[in-house]
Design a protein around this ligand. Structure first.
Ligand code: ZN
Length: 408
């Protein structure tokens, strides 16, 4: 086995071949190192990594494939994708891989201390213990500092992979960044996304193409859209909003329904994990015990219960904001399509199935109005960062769009 072939986990990645090859070489070097053998490509071996790329580019998929290759036990192929270790790694169930996917807006110092603890232990079955920290841009300053030493000098058998949107100091502490080898995972082309969806199966070529086009190279979204009816309906609803802007009341009602729908979805999606957290806390606090100390205990624990509630609340907010943000990206796509149509540029549309509506908007709203629509969407997306209530931000958006359409 030399190089990356159709038989490795790297073949499932949408990234460029050069990137897949580099990761394959690194995993191979790590295996040689772990066996005490000479390493063919000495500079391929690194223990601290930083994977960056825009959301949906597949940076976490790449990190996971790399982790699988590091724990792979197939003696012939590095990262075979078929052995027990690869399969467990790819479904996030491998005992030697710690995969941190933060649900909160920030990753706390305490959480990071746990991670650092496991990073210091030897792997159980595999050659390496692999720590993946997704959304490392959410590390609090304290958490980033706590992690610094581990990243600088990982334990002998530990490999650390941080994932972050970019190397911008706002996203990742310079101190952490400078101690890692950097890998950039670019946004895949619509063709790559189509190819991956088709390879995964269960979908027609047309549906794969449409999902790939309207997700702007975001694989996770494309996959979700291709297979999830609720997502298809939400997309259609937000795109139809571009038409309803002409009919004020209906537009306000639509955004209201949208926000409520996502709120309900976030409650459903997070209910299980929230209940498990509450139960765990109750048990660890000894709640439900009777006797003398119980009342006193109860008073002392209100703080911890409140903290948990706050964390859960923040997570729901983040879920809602992220989902709304994606809907706004969809909506922006239709105005961009309208601009493309009126400029006569022969570039493929983001929402080819809504071409009729884009044509109509190109005619009725005009270029200046369309640019104002895109600005209005940017303002709305930014306002989520300032903790404006989602429904307020969305209502304001409808108001601005109506202005851009010159109907108010
Ligand atoms: Zn394997």
């Amino acid at each position: 086995m030399v190089g990356v072939s159709a038989q490795t986990v790297f073949d499932r990645l949408a990234g460029p071949q050069s990137l897949n090859r580099m990761l394959y070489d690194a995993a191979t070097a790590a295996r040689q190192k772990a066996r005490g053998a000479g390493v063919d490509k000495q500079n391929a071996f690194t223990q601290s990594w930083l994977f960056t790329g825009p959301p949906g580019s597949g940076r976490s998929v790449a990190a996971k494939a790399f982790a699988a290759a590091l724990v792979c036990s197939n003696p012939e192929v590095v990262g075979c994708g078929r052995c027990e270790d690869c399969r467990l790694a790819l479904v996030d169930a491998h005992g030697d891989i710690v995969h941190i996917i933060p649900h909160e807006l920030t990753i706390s110092v305490d959480r990071m201390r746990e991670v650092i603890g496991s990073a210091a232990t030897q792997p159980t079955v595999a050659n390496w213990r692999v720590i993946i920290i997704e959304d490392a841009d959410r590390l609090s300053d304290g958490a980033a500092n706590a992690l610094l030493k581990t990243v600088e000098e990982p334990a002998e058998r530990t490999i650390i992979i941080l994932c972050s949107p970019s190397t911008d100091p706002h996203d990742i502490a310079i101190t952490l960044r400078s101690r890692c080898r950097h890998v950039y995972v670019p946004t895949p082309s619509a063709e790559s996304v189509t190819r991956i969806l088709m390879a995964e199966g269960g979908i027609s070529e047309d549906a794969a193409r449409l999902a790939a086009a309207s997700s702007g190279g975001h694989i996770g979204r494309a996959r979700h859209l291709a297979h999830n009816q609720a997502a298809q309906i939400r997309r259609a609803n937000i795109l139809n909003l571009a038409e309803l802007i002409y009919h004020g009341d209906q537009a306000f009602r639509t955004v209201n329904t949208l926000v409520k729908g996502i709120e309900a979805e976030s409650r459903d999606a997070l209910a299980e994990v929230e209940k498990a957290e509450s139960d765990k806390l109750m048990v660890s606090l000894g709640m439900g015990t009777r006797g003398k100390g119980a009342q006193k205990l109860l008073r002392g624990t209100t703080g911890q219960l409140k903290d948990l509630e706050k964390t859960q609340e923040r997570r729901r907010t983040r879920f809602l904001r992220d989902a709304l943000d994606l809907s706004l990206v969809d909506l922006a796509g239709i105005y961009r399509d309208a601009l493309l149509i009126s400029s006569g540029a022969g570039i493929s549309l983001t929402h080819p199935d809504f071409e009729g509506l884009s044509r109509e908007l190109a005619e009725r709203v005009g270029n200046e109005g369309l640019v104002a629509c895109l600005d209005a969407i940017s303002v709305c997306r930014e306002s989520f960062g300032f903790n404006v209530r989602p429904i307020v931000a969305m209502d304001a958006l409808v108001g601005r769009l109506r202005k851009a359409y010159r109907v108010s």
